[in-house]
Ligand binder design. Structure first.
Ligand code: SF4
Length: 92
């Protein structure tokens, strides 16, 4: 076995490939979770603010039906379509 074969064994190459695939995935997952903030921080409430409500906010991810709670790209937890918070951003 020459120097190059010792340094780059098949086992090491497979280990690096697995780590190379896992690290970016773990980083993106933790980034996605880290970007959401609590309802208290954004002063979330289950009632609209005039015509402003989650169902017409660009951050809203709808639930299974138009009446079901969904999710928000900014605020953590279950979000009512009739809710509102200070991060409201109208859909264009
Ligand atoms: S940013 Fe605020 S208003 Fe918009 S969907 Fe999320 S919780 Fe609702």
């Amino acid at each position: 076995m020459n120097y190059c074969q010792k340094k780059f064994s098949r086992r090491k190459i497979i280990k690096f490939m697995v780590l190379g695939a896992a690290v970016p995935f773990a980083f993106t997952t933790s980034q996605a979770q880290a970007t959401k903030v609590s309802k208290e921080t954004m002063q979330y409430r289950d009632k609209p603010n005039g015509k402003q409500q989650c169902s017409n906010c660009m951050q809203f991810i709808p639930g299974k039906t138009s009446e079901a709670n969904g999710e928000c790209k900014v605020v953590e937890g279950s979000i009512s379509p009739q809710g509102w918070c200070t991060a409201y951003a109208p859909q264009s």
